[in-house]
Design a protein around this ligand. Structure first.
Ligand SMILES: O=C(O)c1ccc(O)c(O)c1
Length: 279
């Protein structure tokens, strides 16, 4: 039986990917950020997941205002890094797990979560920056990756509660997949940041810390938080944090918080990172 063993959440700031690709990790501005992921890089070497379900949002790379799926699951065999304006990032092709992805799509849709099935999609910094932070710069990504794109760009995004419950449906799907697989689920985006308007540059450490605490200790309470609280407290792009609740919903109620890292700023963003292990 396939099993979800751990959840990871991390910000996915595009400038972090550029810093790595351009060899700037030891510069004063970037070093503390990359140092904050050293523990995680060692941890994941030992954990050796077979598959990662990677929850992220697309930034007008694969989708646009023409087509806005709330939840889109990548069922293809592979996904190319997207060209976001400066050419595709020099990172490996993302290899999918088509069979498990289709199984999750079927199980979740029959459980009344209307996933969009995607067979052709490029993946942008939302997905590749977390991989770079956790795995560095390998020739090939060391495991299969199932992209799960969530609309957090065009109102209305899904509620935190719906995300949390989708996590539970994903867990059920994984546990009914008849193969001995070590599966992780990652939630990405956030933490507090706002990229435009008079409040551009907003950071709220108090809110972010409370969110990290709630994720570990009271995810059901956190799932009840309305959109307006994310936007008011964590900025317009802070709403990305609903994606972390998909990760949390897929884990046990009772988990071990293995690691936490928080740093301000990277570009306009508060970088947050947490590793949660199923007991
Ligand atoms: O801080 C930033 O620059 C920034 C830009 C785009 C993103 O998707 C993001 O998460 C952060």
């Amino acid at each position: 039986m396939a099993k979800i063993t751990a959840g990871v959440a991390t910000s996915h700031v595009p400038a972090i990917g550029a810093a790595l690709d351009l060899g700037k990790t030891q510069e004063d501005y970037w070093k503390p950020i990359f140092d904050g992921y050293e523990f995680s890089k060692e941890w994941i070497k030992n954990e050796k997941p077979d598959v990662i379900i990677l929850v992220y949002n697309d930034h007008a790379s694969a989708f646009s205002l023409d087509l806005i799926p709330t939840f889109a699951i990548g069922c293809a065999e592979e996904f190319q890094p997207a060209d976001e304006g400066w050419g595709p990032r020099p990172v490996p092709t993302v290899k999918g797990h088509s069979e498990l992805a289709w199984h999750i799509a079927q199980s979740a849709i029959l459980d009344e979560f209307d996933m969009t099935i995607v067979n052709n999609m490029d993946v942008d910094h939302g997905l590749t920056v977390p991989l770079s932070l956790m795995f560095g710069q390998p020739e090939e990504w060391p495991c299969k990756i199932i992209p799960l794109a969530v609309n957090v760009v065009q109102y209305p995004p899904p509620t935190g509660n719906r995300c949390y419950n989708l996590g539970k449906a994903i867990r059920k799907a994984v546990e009914s997949f008849d193969a001995d697989l070590n599966v992780q689920i990652w939630g990405t985006g956030g933490m507090s940041h706002q990229l435009q308007g008079p409040r551009a540059g907003l950071i709220n450490k108090e809110f972010d810390t409370a969110f990290l605490d709630g994720l570990t200790k009271d995810p059901q309470g956190l799932a009840k938080m309305p959109h307006i609280d994310y936007v008011r407290e964590a900025g317009s792009e802070g709403i990305e944090m609903v994606m972390w609740l998909i990760m949390r919903g897929a884990l046990n109620d009772d988990i071990d918080e293995r690691y936490r890292f928080y740093h301000v700023p990277a570009s306009n963003c508060a970088v947050g990172h947490i590793i949660l292990e199923n007991k």
